[in-house]
Design a binder for this molecule. Structure first.
Ligand SMILES: [Zn+2]
Length: 305
């Protein structure tokens, strides 16, 4: 089974603190690296946690509050200075293009690589990106400015070939890919072996949902139903519900309620307000509602099995 991992680079909200960076995370899926949000300091965190910096080829920005994208210009410039040649695909709210253009214009920077920008639709769900093995969708969140969440989904699963079939039918290396994709196999003497005799059922498709920033909004559950891992913001504890509502954020208790309604398999809480040093109360609050809850920790990789 290929790795499907989420590495947290930053899980703080608003301002950086000595112990937490603003939001950013790297997703490893189907052999590629995706970046979701790029708060200030994201590239330093990548260095610290040994993320393969130049291997990231697609970046998704949820919204234009600074704690979700102020690290982007620095990261794009570093890749330029380090000699990147491969194109980089960037998805985010439409004004992001203008912001980047003006920064490059006044620093007289012409990137060595192609930066391909696509504006996200902040009003409805949209397929942003797909390759042979994954799809990435955006969907609207309810925040103070236009914001999207992201859903990263495996698309197809290759069929595992039974070990004993390899020897029994002397399956050649050249035929393996087509069998994994569902094709039958013809032996050297011309006998056709049906695919289902030589393969096992595919493993279930996995998905990861990212929901930050948003007020408590049950409508989002339709976009993320049954996801294996749900990252949901929990900026505040529930005793600050009034503040959460005013700022269009969510409490830990509410994030757990969303996980229940969405039938998520696991919940990862993040986007913690700088006012909290000890985060244990977030778990105390969320777990009675949704038991399989974890706290995001910077530098930790969460595997989706
Ligand atoms: Zn925000």
């Amino acid at each position: 089974m290929q790795d499907f991992n989420v590495t947290i680079l930053g899980c703080g909200s608003a301002t950086p603190t000595a112990s937490r960076n603003p939001t950013s995370q790297v997703i490893e899926v189907c052999g590629r690296l995706l970046l979701i949000d790029c708060g200030e300091g994201a590239q330093i965190q990548m260095r610290k946690f040994k993320v393969k910096f130049q291997k990231i080829d697609t970046i998704f920005i949820s919204h234009l509050h600074g704690d979700h994208y102020l690290g982007l210009i620095g990261y794009l410039q570093s890749m330029h200075l380090l000699g990147r040649k491969n194109p980089l695909y960037l998805f985010g709210p439409a004004p992001l293009k203008e912001i980047l253009d003006i920064q490059f214009k006044y620093s007289y920077t012409a990137l060595n690589y192609e930066l391909v920008f696509t504006a996200t639709n902040t009003k409805q769900k949209e397929l942003l990106f797909e390759d042979k093995c994954i799809e990435v969708h955006s969907f609207p969140l309810s925040h103070r400015i236009p914001t999207t969440g992201f859903l990263v989904k495996e698309k197809i699963k290759l069929l595992p070939i039974k070990k004993e079939a390899l020897a029994e039918y002397k399956i050649s290396v050249a035929a393996i890919q087509s069998i994994k994709e569902g094709g039958d196999y013809t032996t050297e003497d011309g006998t056709m072996i049906p695919n289902k005799l030589i393969t096992m059922p595919p493993l279930p498709l996995r998905s990861y949902a990212y929901c930050s920033d948003t007020i408590y909004d049950e409508r989002i559950t339709e976009y993320i139903r049954g996801t294996d891992l749900l990252y949901h913001e929990s900026t505040f504890l529930h005793d600050m519900l009034k503040r959460a509502k005013e700022t269009f954020h969510t409490t830990a208790l509410q994030a757990a309620q969303i996980a229940v309604l969405a039938q998520a398999k696991q919940l990862l809480l993040g986007h913690f307000s700088a006012r909290y040093n000890d985060l244990s109360d977030f778990l105390t609050e969320a777990k009675p509602v949704f038991e399989n809850t974890l706290l995001a920790e910077e530098g930790t990789t969460y595997s989706i099995k």
